[in-house]
Design a protein around this ligand. Structure first.
Ligand code: SAH
Length: 215
């Protein structure tokens, strides 16, 4: 398949279906196409997508998983706890004919045990259940040496992420602030469209050798 340019990727991903009845307690808001494209393009440019095995944690509607396949990932595990969300992911993946690249895994991320080249994720931000992002980070650091994730760009969140990644042997190689548009899908959002600031992170295992020779 011919690979896409960043802008085209953002447009393609933003056309995918969103959550039908988003569940507040699971913090179901889809990753906007532009934010997904930003994360995926960074990962792709650093050689973390093409030909790689990837896991999308909290895959929801499948936006990140689909994007990784469009950029040449060999295989993507889309791990999601909610069956209703996975139905939409299946539809989205079918609409792009990516069935052969993506395996849908209906599971709590904590129960996922397959080692992968990279994890990409937009976990719950923890605005409903404080620290809901912890099991995601913990599992990502367990199954991969390279992790991409999205978190709120707030000083206290940044401090937490700095400390938590360091404690688990990971260093932050990139932190890119971007705008994230939240649709007014939850009753407590008063504005029709709310813009928040988030950080896209790339973490790398500190023990990972910078240069590896492959046979
Ligand atoms: N990246 C997705 C969804 C992000 S919202 C998209 O763009 O559509 C976060 C997702 O994490 C939700 O779909 C929610 O159902 C899922 N989730 C929350 N807790 C989870 C857990 N413990 N294990 C797996 N998925 C979980």
């Amino acid at each position: 398949m011919k690979k896409m340019k960043k802008k085209h990727l953002a447009i393609t991903l933003s056309k995918l279906r969103g959550f039908q009845n988003p569940k507040v307690e699971l913090e179901q808001y889809r990753t906007p196409g532009s934010v997904a494209a930003e994360l995926l393009w960074l990962a792709h440019s650093l050689g973390d997508i093409e030909g790689k095995t990837v896991a999308d944690f909290g895959a929801g509607t499948g936006v990140l998983a689909a994007g990784a396949c469009l950029l040449g990932a060999e295989k993507v595990y889309a791990v999601e706890i909610d069956r209703d969300a996975l139905k939409i992911a299946r539809e989205n993946i079918g609409s792009l004919q990516l069935e052969n690249c993506i395996e849908l895994v209906c599971s709590d991320v904590s129960n996922f045990t397959t080692t992968v080249d990279a994890v990409i994720m937009n976990p719950p931000f923890g605005s409903q259940n404080p620290h809901a992002d912890r099991p995601f980070l913990l599992k990502a650091f367990e199954v991969s040496n390279t992790v991409y994730s999205i978190h709120l760009a707030k000083p206290e969140v940044r401090r937490f992420i700095d400390a938590f990644s360091g404690e688990h042997g990971f260093r932050i190689t990139h932190r890119i602030p971007v705008e994230f548009e939240l649709p007014a899908q939850f009753f407590f959002h008063r504005k029709r469209l709310e813009k928040i600031l988030v950080d896209i992170y790339r973490f790398e295992n500190q023990k990972r050798k910078r240069y590896m020779f492959r046979i």
